[in-house]
Write a protein that binds this ligand. Structure first.
Ligand code: NOJ
Length: 505
């Protein structure tokens, strides 16, 4: 908004109407706190303030209130696994003394790190300080891990939660939620060990921690939500975080990583619905986020799934963006027809592809920096949105903090609003219908008897969604077509397309 090329709170406030017209119920803001930005703000120096590059605390309060006024709730991102090295606790800890106990400071082993753990961003998970001790950081060296066995850490975050709930936020997204507790012995990691207990993932102590957080959220209002970023391969263990007295909901990364394949999607949807029903939690549907390759790009490749391990191997593989876009349109209708909550990552509603040709000098992600440039990291999905105009910065204001491509004129909000067939208008229409049709966001879902490579399911009140993942056209069921991802001609749904049909209207 202020023209410095970095999104800010004033910019969001001036675009609340856009969000309202899009049809969202809530906005989730990635960390907005004072930060040296070693990891795009996920290195927090002060959990109770706003980084000046984004605005002020007063502006955050105004944003929360103004969003409420147009029916939009606000979700803030809390980062409990680590602080920033610029946090006052860490500065004090560096000087020595008891503050070190709030982090993991340890002596090395013969000049080497205290154990063999590796940073998720690449390189060792330990950095040595001036007096030769080492501190643990599962992510960047600018993100020292907090010791959650320390009562002061627990008390601090209870207070931080209250601080934001007191300011009217409706939900809290918990960063790296399954990694926060550690085996206090910090044993070497043995990849051949059984996964449970893992020394830093999915430890039992987390459940008691999140029960405490749930009590805090509930003490405000039953509608205040805790949303976990829980990456766990085992869905049974995943939903343990969603038991009635723990988190309300968590991002469905199995679905996000699932390839564009009917059988795989059906299996994932079934598993999601069954496991969530067992704990009484709503399912979530996620196609993209700020950590993964945008799905327009993924779906345009031979290998359409996502996994962090394969990001590097799949970078810049041949991509058919027209095909990816077609599938992304169908995927939007698939997710919005399923029971549960849907998370739309900014720019997904514009059909933005991954920007894969960002110059090394412009890249900011610590993954890129820590892998000496071998892993492209996540900058390609974080490029600022194009609002209007025919050249960068497309109305964003200033030179974007990550460079925008020269060929995004067709993807701007202004262009897409004017184009009835655009991705933006597809999202807007589908979100409006989802809100208007009774029982769509919640309630049962029944598969129809369809071919293996077609997903067809019924929802309450005569609603049917058909997604054609086969290579041949399929018949659109009888009824009124509510919306389709591609024009329906002669009652036929082409490959890589989806349709919503109602027999009640
Ligand atoms: C998960 C966040 O989504 C990601 O962006 C961040 O780098 C890590 N947690 C570390 O905070």
């Amino acid at each position: 908004m202020n023209g410095d090329g970095i999104g800010d709170l004033a910019g969001i406030r001036s675009h609340l109407e856009y969000l309202h017209d899009l049809g969202v119920d809530a906005i989730w803001l990635s960390p907005w706190y004072p930060s040296p930005m070693a990891d795009a703000g996920y290195d927090v120096a002060d959990y109770r303030d706003i980084d000046p590059v984004f605005g002020t605390l007063a502006e955050a309060e105004a944003l929360i209130a103004e969003a409420h006024a147009v029916g939009i709730r606000t979700i803030v991102d809390i980062v409990p696994n680590h602080t920033s090295t610029a946090h006052v606790w860490f500065a004090e800890a560096l000087a020595g003394g008891p503050m070190r106990d709030r982090f993991y400071f340890r002596a090395g082993r013969d000049g080497r790190p205290p154990n063999n753990w590796e940073s998720i961003f690449g390189g060792p998970a330990w950095t040595q300080v001036a007096d030769d001790q080492w501190y643990l950081h599962l992510f960047d060296s600018g993100q020292p891990d907090l010791n959650w066995d320390h009562p002061a850490v627990r008390a601090e975050f209870d207070d931080i939660l209250r601080f934001w709930f007191d300011r009217g936020v409706d939900g809290i997204r918990i960063d790296s939620a399954a990694m926060v507790a550690k085996d206090p012995a910090l044993p070497d990691f043995d990849p051949l060990m059984p996964p449970d207990p893992h020394p830093w993932i999915d430890r039992e102590a987390l459940h008691e921690l999140y029960r405490g957080w749930r009590r805090i959220a509930d003490s405000y209002h039953p509608s205040r939500a805790l949303i976990g970023e829980v990456w766990l391969p085992d869905p049974q263990r995943f939903v343990r975080y969603l038991r009635p007295d723990e988190l309300h909901t968590a991002f469905n990364f199995d679905f996000l990583g699932c390839p564009w394949d009917a059988k795989a999607l059906r299996r994932c949807i079934d598993e999601t619905l069954t496991t969530h029903a067992a704990v009484g939690a709503p399912a979530t549907w996620v196609l993209s986020n700020h950590d993964v390759t945008r799905h327009v790009t993924r779906y345009g490749r031979t290998d359409t799934g996502f996994s962090h391990d394969l990001r590097q191997a799949r970078h810049q593989l041949p991509t058919d963006l027209a095909l990816g876009t077609r599938r992304a349109r169908a995927a939007a209708l698939l997710t919005l027809a399923l029971p549960g909550s849907v998370y739309v990552y900014q720019g997904e509603e514009l059909g933005l592809p991954e920007v894969e040709d960002i110059a090394a000098a412009d890249r900011q992600d610590p993954i890129f920096l820590r892998s000496a440039g071998t892993d492209p990291g996540r900058d390609g999905c974080r490029v600022p949105l194009p609002w209007s105009g025919s050249a960068p910065p497309y109305g964003f204001g200033g030179t974007g903090w990550l460079p925008q491509p020269d060929d995004w004129a067709e993807r701007t909000v202004a262009t897409q609003i004017a184009d009835d067939q655009s991705m933006l208008n597809l999202y807007r229409r589908a979100l409006r219908l989802r809100r208007a049709l009774p029982g769509l966001g919640d309630g049962p879902s029944e598969w129809q008897d369809s071919a293996d490579d077609v997903l067809a399911f019924d929802r309450p009140h005569g609603f049917t969604c058909v997604v054609n993942l086969s290579a041949r056209p399929v018949a659109v069921p009888a009824g009124t077509v509510l919306i389709a991802s591609t024009p329906i001609i002669d009652g036929v749904l082409p490959p890589d397309a989806a349709v919503w049909v109602s027999t009640a209207l």
